[in-house]
Design a protein around this ligand. Structure first.
Ligand code: GLN
Length: 490
């Protein structure tokens, strides 16, 4: 029986009822991986032996009559900027080529408590800086729906793994769209929780005031269940929220009657792809027909979001990446003295995009320019946050595209960083405001590439986001599809 194409909640039921074993499921996922990974390149490393051992342990529990938690025995993939004890964590950078963390990120500890099976560590843009996974120092990941196209990024490996069937679910991280945009490009569901909802302990920092870990999965039900496992306060992350974590599966109800959905006019901008606009407007009409009330809203500071983000994120990145000096962290490249050693290390081991951001960040933070750039960006960030606070006085959620275009061809934008940055227009404001957002499939372009609908919620109100997304998903048939992979879908 083909198992790799099923969502985790279906597989969980089958495991609990002893219709399948985790060993059988794990073997099926790895054999799919063997078939497709050569074309997709979702992984930087696989952990097959450990996965099989953990699968056997789950099967023993089931055989002994124990009840198993949701993710037990279900193979998932972890973005390679999340620390895994004893397993290499490279951030797709040469500077961390041989870094083996001596501890687990909090999310990993939580997953292990739930007897998860990990397939491996997935590719990303180096240090999560990018939107196409082309900035990986190791290899490019291909979009399973069309391998000439990018999978999005930076969690492109995680999204491509779930979409191609080489993982049932995955974790990603989202600083300016890195869960939602690859989910949109690969036709899967990706959720960025509220800033602070999930512990960042053990997530290699890119921009600490924006970073958040979240699930990438086949459907909204899986996302809700994964969030149940990873959310919650953590003493090891001083920015993690102390708010109680609800049971997100209670929000898996098909009901949007009376739900007020805001439609921000600034998100339907010139340059948005026709197919995307059509799919999003149709999705919103469908939600309206299901009983939701659609309200036109304005988020006036949206046009400043890209510049604000591309000052704050690089500024924080420049600070966070100071530690890779060949002494505290980083593969050392020797030199005649300590200065030359550090220079050689950073010159040779960081990629172009990372260096670009370190330079932008340090420039924005430097004495003469701090007020004009970094401080100004912080002030505009507050204005952007206020736009949302204002909007949420009248609406329950906001709906818009996840990305202005479907997945584009590999190489199309790599030499034009500004064009690439502009692609983030629909996702970065949500990180600047710290809000929860989900991307779920809502159609395909004429060329057959997936399109994602983004639903954004009030701070800590993942529940309403999940309810709206689930209601849409259960009345449409876009979710849960595995890419055909040129007939490899035997
Ligand atoms: N594309 C954005 C950037 O390059 C977002 C990346 C992310 O969310 N990690 O910064």
């Amino acid at each position: 029986m083909k198992l790799y194409d099923k969502p985790a909640h279906v597989l969980h039921e089958m495991l609990a009822k002893k219709e399948i074993s985790s060993v059988e499921l794990t073997n099926d996922v790895f054999s799919r991986l063997d078939d497709v990974e050569g074309d997709v390149g979702a992984y930087l490393l696989t952990t097959r032996e450990d996965a099989m051992k953990n699968a056997e342990a789950v099967d023993k529990k089931v055989a002994a009559g124990e009840e198993i938690p949701f993710l037990a025995g279900i193979p998932g993939a972890i973005k390679d900027n999340i620390c895994t004890n004893g397993v290499k964590t490279t951030c797709a950078s040469k500077i961390l080529e041989n870094f083996v963390p001596p501890y687990d990120a909090t999310v990993m500890t939580k997953l292990k408590k739930n007897n998860t099976v990990v397939v491996g560590k997935t590719n990303l843009d180096e240090f999560a800086m990018g939107g196409s996974t082309e900035n990986s120092a190791y290899h490019v990941t291909h979009n399973p729906w069309n391998t000439d196209c990018v999978p999005g990024g930076s969690s492109g490996g995680s999204a491509a793994a779930v979409a191609s069937g080489s993982a049932i679910w995955a974790l990603g991280s989202d600083t300016g769209g890195s869960i939602r945009q690859p989910a949109s490009f690969c036709g899967v569901v990706g959720m960025k929780p509220t800033y602070g909802r999930v512990s960042r302990y053990g997530l290699v920092a890119y921009a600490s005031s924006l970073d958040q870990i979240g699930p990438i999965a086949r459907d909204v039900t899986d996302c809700a269940n994964i969030l149940n496992v990873i959310a919650g306060h953590d003493d090891m992350d001083s920015t993690s929220s102390a708010a109680a974590v609800p049971d997100y599966t209670k929000s898996l109800v098909e009901n949007v009657k009376g739900l007020k959905i805001g439609l921000p006019k600034e998100y339907f901008i010139d340059g948005i792809d026709e197919d995307v606009e059509k799919a999003i407007r149709t999705a919103i009409d469908d939600l309206k027909n299901m009983g939701a009330e659609v309200v036109d809203i304005s988020l006036p500071h949206t046009p400043y979001a890209i510049s604000t983000y591309y000052l704050i994120a690089p500024a924080e990145a420049a600070t966070n990446l100071e530690r890779y000096d060949g002494v505290s962290y980083g593969e050392r490249v020797s030199g005649i003295d300590v200065v030359e050693m550090m220079k050689n290390t950073r010159t040779q081991k960081f990629g172009t995009e990372v260096k670009r951001r370190i330079m932008i960040g340090n420039y924005a933070l430097s004495a003469g320019y701090y007020d004009a750039y970094y401080l100004k960006a912080l002030k505009v960030r507050t204005l952007i946050q206020k736009d949302y606070t204002e909007a949420f006085k009248t609406v329950d959620v906001i709906a818009c595209p996840t990305a202005p275009t479907p997945a584009y061809k590999i190489g199309a934008m790599i030499n034009d960083p500004l064009k690439m940055y502009l692609q983030d227009i629909c996702t970065v404001p949500i990180n600047l405001a710290g809000l929860p957002g989900i991307s779920l499939p809502c159609g395909f372009s004429e060329k057959g590439m997936p399109i994602g609908l983004q639903i954004i919620g009030k701070p800590l109100d993942e529940e309403t986001v999940i309810r709206a997304a689930f209601s849409y998903e259960s009345t449409h048939s876009f979710a849960g599809k595995i890419a055909n992979m040129g007939g490899k879908d035997a």
